[in-house]
Design a protein around this ligand. Sequence first.
Ligand code: ADP
Ligand code: MN
Ligand code: MN
Ligand code: MN
Length: 356
Amino acid sequence: MSTVTDFMNLNLSTIHDKFIAEYIWIGGSGLDIRSKARTLSGSLDDPQKLPKWNYDGSSTGQAHGHDTEVILYPQAIFKDPFRRGNNILVLCDAYNPTGDPIYTNKRFEAAKIFNHPDVVAELPWYGLEQEYTLMEKDTKWPLGWPRGGFPKPQGPYYCGVGAEKVFGRDIVDAHYKACLYAGINIGGVNAEVMPGQWEFQIGPSVGITAADELWVARYILERVTEIAGVVVSFDPKPVPGDWNGAGGHTNYSTKSMREDGGYEAIQKAIEKLGLRHEDHIAGYGEGNERRLTGNHETADINTFSWGVAKRGVSIRVGRDTAEEGKGYFEDRRPGSNMDPYVVTSMIAETTILWKP
Ligand code: ADP
Ligand code: MN
Ligand code: MN
Ligand code: MN
């Protein structure tokens, strides 16, 4: 007798040249990810050669009225770790039939900034730390926590080991390997300070690639947790009280910062970020005020600050960078539910293009 898994593992590429492309896009909430599949044949590696597609925007909260068709433009291709073989994931952004980006398409504006010659010349690198919380599906309470109750206070959980300290490691590892298989530049994973909370890192990746990779890594995480029957939360403060929130720390450097004497470029960039603190906070995620309290390794949302090797600040410069006089810095303000297109492009815009 064959099992369902046997059929899922059928290898199409030995039979014919058809493959399955899972088109992925961002839905109306700005955080929900949608996808649907189609059969294709031919070129596999160039998104420009893949066909555009469409979906019903009225079903994703992205269109009203009589014309609800939204057009998907393929932007990046990854290998599909779920179907494997020649099958692919296709990250798309969304346009009206007239060719204008729809209002939730944050990639379009980001791409404009990353295509600016001054930004291209600075080769901006991003290291994106994605923190998230695994929740039990029925109770929406963090994985491993006593039903309706609380675990022992924070302390033993960060990078912990053992059945009383870490919950969901199989999911985290499945996601890690699936991302590597897909071709995502995922740098590592770790258990976080709050039990049931985890982190993975993207990068360093250049320009808009970092945000593309983070979105596909989020998609893969939704798929892996779907299989495991667990819910992933990107809420920046999933449990109020004496529990750490979840961030989307954004590590950043330009060519000038990475070269000898780069510390001066780093200082200038931090100064400019300080002048635009409110604008950045506005783009760094919904509900982030519940997280940026000044406690739990955060800086207060209303005050811009920076420091070397400090964690209660808006911007942290690493000890290595300060000692070597070049390197990168970490913007600790973005929440875990931030849109990486908005955050990465805004940092490039402020630090490279903006003239105060
Ligand atoms: P933390 O100590 O804040 O937990 P992590 O190790 O989780 O730091 O993340 C640091 C991130 O910074 C990684 O994704 C790494 O790839 C990235 N990174 C390293 N060097 C650079 C650089 N020069 N520019 C931008 N990002 C960098
Ligand atoms: Mn980290
Ligand atoms: Mn972390
Ligand atoms: Mn960090």
